[in-house]
Design a protein around this ligand. Structure first.
Ligand code: MSP
Length: 676
């Protein structure tokens, strides 16, 4: 039997999963189900990446051991995948003993082949991404997450990455599909062509990791460790690997986000070459889900909680949106508005209506049994055209899915649904129900339409598993939907004469405004609240820009004060008006003639600005440089001692003297991150 092994990244366990992590996993599940329905023996691997300094620090910040945090977050991932109906075949945790043995084995093999040597490392390192940064005099920002890197100086084992430059370039050339999409391939080729430096692959200052074989004071670099999870998860082991490893390796595709492309297309193949193992067939890098124009990420505080979506919309709607809305490979912006729009127009209108119109007419006119169509020669051109369109769609769908062009695959199915809805409108079966002579025609129309529904349910089963199962039952199909073969779809597969199941709406229409308000109310999620046009409080008496005159009597909304005050409490909307952001002090100096005042230049991620702060008695200017603080970023500028202050920093006021103590963070946070 043909096999197909695909993987998601192994997710870090420093924080709960958000929509970005959900994306890759949903895509992987959909592809896995699709391949199964093409007759492949599939293995889908996912898991968690549990070692390294970022996990160590996150755990310490919560008063937990790294293992305790890893257990908690792994459970969160597994719970979420269960709610999404993700059917993974393997879940690998890098803290499992089967993984330790395998990682040490790959290290040994690479060492024995001469690809690893011992040396001294001194350089900049991003703790959060586990990424080395180029040499520079002061700490550079990480090129991926833009956090400041930290200096690391220690004895280290090095991987001779520089030796692999030509072999990697040859591999890219001989396997043009190895890196997809093509734009990403070009990026990697030009990076590797620019020359590769040897890579430090062990740490002595980190304890939370897998020991280097025969060198207990070093732990293996977390990326080396985690990537090997793709092997250990399917049974790679020292000595004899399990049969499943022989069966599935090399992987058909590693699905990854664009931020971790280099690890998968430069480091990983080089590690495998050094260890004498085969390379995966493909690495496909998808884009990011953005919110408010930037990558959705925990540290930026702009994540969408997948549980919230599941609770309000169910897993199929989310799966569909993720796959349909944005071409796989590009970035996309998440908005509840676009989400609900898609669910209503594609699922409720196009698919849902076709199902309910067709099945209700069959139930009413054919005693709830699937009717017999006319023989081929009795069919009209428009019936045959629809059949042709359906079979062409099956081909187009498969070819797009095989190329991981999910949005196009779904577009092709919606093209078919549009054709079928037009067919129903033109054939107007409802106008034929009273005339006995028209019964054969009525039967043919409804059979044809039901057959489109059957084919669509098979095609969409990987994307909308729960809903298609319900459609399948309503059609009265006897065989199981799961056992259907997408590559063997033929016209005429309905079970004629069989009784339909109970007909209930599969995709109810959502009331956009009410839904958005509900989510906002229940979750208090400010990002939801930014979408509905919440009443804007206008400044008292200030005419809107361009307004010529004001009404004599203000409307109720206008009469509201800018901030609704009731027993000293403010609403969440009021709080949302204050923009609190992380900033980093770039320079600080005293203001001549003002003994309390310091003039600070702070980096707020997008710009550097000047802030004056009355903290000179508590902090020396030198002690502030490099420090992360919290500022109110949207205050109107004001002048103090002739200098402009563009924002305000936050500090606790302690004791009778009101001694300022700056608000700060225990964990690494990027400049500009919003507090909410
Ligand atoms: N642990 C490493 C992967 C090791 S694989 C051997 C890692 N983990 S991660 O949890 O930080 O990220 C996992 C995946 O989630 C990455 O592919 C990343 O691109 C993806 N996403 C995280 N945020 C995302 C969005 N906002 N949008 C889409 N995917 C993003 O990296």
């Amino acid at each position: 039997m043909k096999t197909f092994y695909l993987t998601t990244p192994l997710y870090y366990v420093n924080a709960k999963p958000h929509l970005g992590h959900t994306y890759t996993t949903v895509v992987a599940d959909c592809l896995s189900r699709f391949k199964k329905m093409q007759g492949f023996e599939v293995c889908l691997l996912t898991g968690t990446d549990e070692h390294g300094q970022n996990i160590e620090r996150a755990a310490a910040a919560q008063g937990l051991s790294p293992k305790q945090l890893a257990d908690q977050i792994t459970a969160e991932y597994q719970k979420l995948w269960a709610r999404f109906g993700i059917e993974y075949d393997q879940f690998i945790r890098t803290t499992e003993s089967r993984h330790y043995a395998g990682a040490a084995e790959v290290f040994k093999r690479a060492f024995n082949s001469g690809a690893i040597y011992k040396g001294q490392y001194s350089g900049w390192y991003c703790i959060s991404c586990n990424l080395f940064a180029p040499e520079s005099e002061t700490a550079p920002k990480c090129e991926v997450c833009e956090r400041l890197t930290e200096r690391v100086t220690e004895e280290s084992y090095f991987f001779r990455l520089s030796d692999f430059q030509q072999r990697l370039l040859d591999h890219y050339e001989q396997h043009p599909d190895f890196i997809m999409p093509l734009s990403r391939r070009n990026e990697v080729v030009s990076f590797v062509s620019g020359g590769l430096k040897d890579l430090s692959i062990s740490r002595t200052s980190v304890k939370w990791g897998i020991p280097v074989p025969n060198e207990q004071t070093h732990v293996i670099y977390v990326w080396f460790d985690a990537l090997v999870g793709y092997l250990t998860g399917i049974g790679f082991a020292p000595g004899a690997s399990a049969e499943s490893f022989q069966k599935y390796w090399p992987a058909q595709v590693h699905l990854v986000g664009k931020d971790i492309l280099r690890f998968h297309t430069v480091y990983w193949p080089a590690f495998l070459m050094a260890a004498g193992l085969e390379l995966p067939k493909q690495v496909f890098a998808h884009g990011w889900w953005l919110k408010d124009e930037v990558k959705m990420s925990k540290s930026r505080g702009n994540v969408i909680d997948p549980h919230l979506l599941l609770t309000h919309f169910g897993s199929d709607a989310v799966r569909y949106f993720l796959l349909r809305e944005v071409p796989f490979g590009l970035d996309g912006t998440f908005s509840y508005e676009a989400f609900i729009q898609r669910v209503n127009s594609d699922l409720a209108n196009d698919f849902g209506n076709l199902v309910s119109r067709t099945l209700t007419l069959i139930a009413k006119n054919f005693s709830n049994g699937m009717p017999y169509p006319s023989a081929i020669e009795g069919r009209l051109a428009l019936d045959q055209e629809l059949e042709k369109k359906a079979l062409a769609t099956v081909d187009a769908y498969q070819s797009h899915m095989n190329g991981l062009v999910f949005s196009k695959a779904l577009e092709s199915v919606w093209d078919l649904l549009a054709h079928a809805n037009r067919y129903l409108n033109e054939s107007a079966p409802w106008a034929l129900t009273e005339n006995l002579d028209e019964r054969p025609r009525l039967a043919t129309i409804l059979y044809t339409s039901a057959e489109i529904i059957r084919i669509t349910a098979v095609l969409l089963a990987p994307v909308l598993p729960e809903s298609c199962k319900r459609v399948w039952e309503q059609l009265g199909m006897k065989s199981s939907l799961r056992s259907q073969r997408i590559d063997e779809i033929k016209w005429g597969g309905l079970t004629v004469g069989s009784n339909l199941g109970e007909i209930t709406p599969i995709f109810p229409r959502l009331d956009k405004k009410a839904m958005i308000e509900k989510i906002f109310q229940e979750s208090g999620d400010l990002m939801v609240g930014t979408e509905p046009k919440l009443e804007k409080a206008t400044g008292a008496g200030a005419p809107a820009k361009g307004a010529k005159s004001q009404p004599a009597v203000p409307s109720a909304a206008e009469a509201k004060p800018a901030v609704a005050v009731s027993d000293g409490k403010i609403t969440i909307d009021d709080f949302a008006k204050v923009e609190l952001r992380v900033a980093q002090v770039v320079s600080a100096e005293r203001v001549p003639g003002a003994d309390k005042l310091l003039k600070l230049m702070v980096d707020v991620g997008t710009e550097t600005r000047q802030i004056l702060a009355g903290i000179a008695k508590a902090y020396t200017p030198e002690s502030l440089v490099g420090r992360k603080i919290v500022i109110v970023a949207n205050l109107q500028p004001r002048k103090m001692r002739g200098l402009e202050s563009n924002g305000m920093l936050l500090a606790a006021s302690v004791g009778d003297e009101g001694q300022p103590v700056l608000a700060s963070f225990l964990e690494e946070v990027p400049n500009g991150a919003k507090l909410k």
